[in-house]
Each structure stands twice: as C-alpha cells, then as structure tokens.
Design a protein. Structure first.
Ligand SMILES: C[S@@+](CC[C@H](N)C(=O)[O-])C[C@H]1O[C@@H](n2cnc3c(N)ncnc32)[C@H](O)[C@@H]1O
Length: 270
C-alpha cells in the first residue's frame, strides 16, 4: 500500500503535468472513492494495477478527471472580461479586422467560453462584419461533456451570472438551465491536454488559460506558456488567472497594466 500514493501522484504528473504533494494524499483517497465504486475496484492498489497495465484507458481518464479541480463560474473575476470588452475588442476593431478567434484552453464545464460568447454577442460582434470563431478545450472529458451540453443546475447558474444574461441566453428545461442553441453551437469543443498540444496550424487572437498553470510544476508551466505563445498571432492576447504569471517562465509576453492577468504576445521566442 505504501507505493500506491507516490504512484498515483507520479501518474498524475506524467499524464497531466499536475503536482500533488504527499500532504494531499487524503484528496487522492476521497476523490477516487467514486471511481473505485463505479468500476468495482476493491481498493487503490487494484486501481494502480489497472493504471500500470492500461495507462490511457477509461479508468485512467477517470483518475485524471477525479484528481483535477474544475472550479469555475460565469465571468469569473469579472475584471478580465471588462478588459476584453474595453481594451482588447476596441484594439481589434481599430485594426479593421474582420475575424476574431478565441480559445478557452482549460474550459472546465464551459462557463468561461460561454461568458466570452455572451460578451461578444452583447458587443455586436456577431454581425455580418465579423467572423467569430470560439474554441474550448479541457483534459477532463466529463467536464467537457457538460460544457458541450450547456446545461447547468441552480447552484451553477447562480454563480456570477446576471439576471439579464440569464433571461437573454438561457432557458429553463427539466434538466436545468440550458444555454441557447445559438450560443452553444457557436463553440467548438475538444479534449486537449495542455502538456501535449497537438500540432496544428491554427492561431488565435485571444487565449484564456486561467487557473490551470497553478497546478503545474515550473517546467511544465514553461513548456505550456511557450506552446501558448506559439498558438497566438503576433500581438495576440493571453489572459492568465489572478495567481498566475509568465515572469521567469516565458519572455515572449508583455504584461499589460495592473491586475487581471492580461498579456500581449510581444516577440518571437529565440
Ligand atoms: C480550476 S479549472 C479552471 C476553469 C476556468 N479556466 C476558470 O478559470 O474558471 C482548471 C481546469 O484545468 C483543467 N486541466 C488540468 N490539467 C490540464 C491539462 N494538463 N490540460 C488541459 N486541461 C487541464 C481541469 O480539468 C480543469 O477543468
């Protein structure tokens, strides 16, 4: 039993870049309880045997889902969304652009990308003048499935959503509050591990990668930031979480003003 916790910590680190110290072993125990039950596994030792033989199957995905934190809310921290509206969009408009692409790179259950989608609609970006492309990804397939469904319970809907937005963009269904199909269908969802980004030529004007770097070790943070840098157009915007920064990790970004985690891709990396 002694090797079980170090194995699971090491597994989580190698698969998702997430650092969990031994002081969090109680979390491993409590968060994996449901998964053991679901797959009729006797204990964590049996789970470790499964991970050793099938490190990328359904159960493995369940371990990642259970051990990642999916905390999120509508317009979380508010200020980044204010800056998107009052600084970033006006700059893009000034450039006489006709296209805007946004990526929510650890979207959890979807509140972040749908907040962006509502804001862009409020700002009149869904007009024949603009082509808007919204992309959202997360490592956790369970969170992503809820994001794609776009259905939220009372507790979830209450967290940060204004009445006006609820009235304008949601309808009550027997399953819960469902975001309008126009908003839902405007977003492309995909399971993506930030530590293993697939090669693709796609580049974004704006990336939201908030409240996920804090779970990574510095080497993983460095690698992820360099990859995000690569995925932004020159002059593109990166929003990080309030406790996150590029300082000492990636010098291809310039911090813009105080608070709210806004960076601009300032130069190419050497
Ligand atoms: C705390 S939530 C943040 C959600 C949202 N960005 C926000 O700020 O409200 C962190 C999310 O990061 C995801 N995550 C953790 N490790 C990841 C990885 N290696 N690649 C992609 N997503 C990851 C988790 O599944 C979780 O949904």
């Amino acid at each position: 039993m002694k090797y079980v916790y170090p194995f699971i910590r090491q597994y989580l680190h190698s698969q998702a870049g997430i650092l969990l110290g031994p002081e969090k072993d109680y979390l491993i125990e409590s968060r994996l309880h449901g998964l053991l039950k679901k797959h009729s596994l006797k204990d964590l030792e049996q789970l470790v045997c499964v991970l050793e033989s099938t490190p990328e199957g359904d159960i493995a995905a369940g371990v990642i889902s259970s051990l990642t934190t999916h905390e999120t809310s509508w317009f979380r921290d508010q200020r980044p969304f204010d800056r998107l509206r009052t600084e970033v969009l006006p700059q893009l408009r000034q450039q006489q652009r006709r296209q805007i692409s946004v990526w929510s790179a650890a979207c959890s259950t979807g509140q972040e990308i749908y907040s962006i989608a509502m804001l862009l609609r409020d700002e009149g970006m869904y007009s024949p003048m603009w082509q808007v492309s919204l992309y959202a990804s997360d490592i956790c397939k369970t969170a992503l499935a809820q994001a794609e469904r776009g259905v939220y319970n009372h507790f979830e809907i209450e967290r940060g959503l204004a009445q006006t937005h609820r009235q304008r963009y949601f309808e009550m269904t027997p399953a819960g509050w469902r975001i309008s199909s126009a908003v839902r269908q405007s977003v492309r969802f995909e399971a993506v591990n930030l530590t293993r980004l697939p090669d693709s030529p796609e580049r974004f004007d704006i990336i939201f990668c908030r409240n996920v770097l804090i779970y990574f070790d510095p080497n993983t943070q460095r690698k992820v930031l360099q990859n995000l840098h690569d995925k932004l157009v020159p002059g593109g915007f990166l929003f990080l979480g309030a406790a996150e920064s590029t300082a000492g990790l990636c010098d291809g970004f310039q911090y813009v003003g105080t608070g709210s985690g806004l960076y601009v891709r300032s130069k190419s990396l050497g």
